[in-house]
Design a protein around this ligand. Structure first.
Ligand code: F6P
Length: 364
């Protein structure tokens, strides 16, 4: 029987997932291995929903958004309950032995997990506690995984956010308004920093640099009194005031990531209008940043990552995550991948460059 490798996409979707599936799948099939794709991430593993992938499943998907396998971001085998109505109020329990049983039943050599910190943490536990061989592929628009310099999806999110900021510029100019643009990124400000600088944001607010509202207001007022009758404020969803808290849209019970961030943009608009008398509006870019076709850069990164993950699986390089570090492709122990979130360092050269062209980070 041909060797069999499982593959799944977990967590929030991200441009480039299909490009990774295509590259990993075609590489494995080309060498005579069988590929079993689990549907909807770890939910499909728990519910035994999977299909054998053929070359035809993997054709024509390089440039497409989403994931042909589907995904889910709250199904952790180590703390899980079925998604049927009778379990609605039940507590989560450790069901990870079901993964072991299924891997045995399907005679899987191992599993390629394409995911962010949540899915890669599960993969790491499966390796350490259940002896299931895994290979990780780092995915997230947030770019917040510390063991790789870059994740696929980030470039696309930045490109989309930048296009949106450009478009908001012209309406801000026409109406002489302050436009506040809220971008994603969870507890890291990578998208806000990169898209904010690329889009020429006048104020950029990052989770890593708590802001002072009086500084933000002062910057906007100074611009309006010196002939700049509009301003663009780019705010990360995870930014917070030096004397304030994270702005949380909803606390989700039983979720590995219970804080659903969001709402800081509208809060800023209210505070700016009240304190300065300037007219302001908010645009929350939300899931537009992660839907749709990946950029060329993300297609290339995803293709390299996918092909490398497949090669690691064939060569027995299990329990590693593929990565890009210091200008080179590499693989790192899966356990390193999830140790720490990668946040924007305060001495990042882009912060320095932005400050030198007059951008305010609301901090001084
Ligand atoms: O991690 C990716 C991301 O898009 C974050 O930037 C955002 O906070 C979160 O996922 C939103 O996830 P969802 O709406 O899928 O719960």
């Amino acid at each position: 029987m041909a060797k069999r490798i499982g593959i799944l996409t977990g967590g929030g979707d991200c441009p480039g997932l299909n490009a990774v599936l295509r590259a990993a799948g075609k590489t494995l099939l080309g060498r005579g291995l069988e590929v079993v794709g689990f549907e909807d991430g770890f939910l499909g593993v728990m519910e035994k929903r999977f299909r054998v992938l053929r070359n035809s499943d993997l054709s024509g998907i390089l440039s497409t958004g989403g994931t042909i396998l589907g995904t889910s971001n709250r199904d952790n085998p180590f703390a899980w309950k079925p998604r049927t109505p009778e379990f609605k109020d039940a507590a989560n329990t450790d069901c990870s032995d079901q993964v072991v049983a299924l891997a045995r039943e399907l005679q899987l050599e191992g599993l390629i997990v394409i995911g962010g910190d949540g899915s890669l943490s599960i993969a790491d536990r499966l390796v350490r506690e259940k002896n299931i061989r895994c290979i990780g592929v780092p995915k997230t628009i947030d770019n917040d995984l510390s063991a790789t310099d870059v994740t696929f999806g980030f470039d696309t999110a930045v490109a989309i956010a930048t296009i949106c900021i450009d478009r908001l510029h012209s309406t801000a100019m026409s109406h002489h308004r302050v436009m506040v643009v809220e971008v994603m990124g969870r507890y890291a400000g990578w998208i806000a920093l990169f898209a904010g600088v690329a889009g020429g944001g006048d104020v950029i607010l990052l989770p890593e640099l708590p802001y002072r509202m009086e500084v933000v207001n002062q910057t906007l007022l100074e611009r309006s009194t010196t002939g700049k009758r509009f301003s663009l404020v780019v705010v990360a969803e995870g930014a917070k005031a030096a004397d304030g808290d994270l702005v949380v849209n909803k606390v989700v019970k039983d979720s590995p990531d219970p804080l659903r961030l969001g709402g800081i943009g509208q809060m800023l608009v209210n505070q700016i209008e009240d304190a300065t008398g300037l007219e302001a509006r908010v645009s929350v870019l939300g899931h537009l940043q992660r839907g749709g076709s990946p950029t060329a850069h993300d297609r290339l990164l995803a293709t390299e990552f996918g092909a490398r993950a497949a090669r690691l699986a064939m060569e027995g390089g299990w329990d590693q995550m593929v990565a890009f570090r210091g200008g080179q492709y590499a693989s790192v122990p899966l356990s390193d991948a999830v140790r720490q979130l990668k946040r924007v360092p305060l001495d990042h050269s882009l912060i320095t460059a932005a400050r030198s062209v007059g951008t305010s980070f609301g901090d001084a």
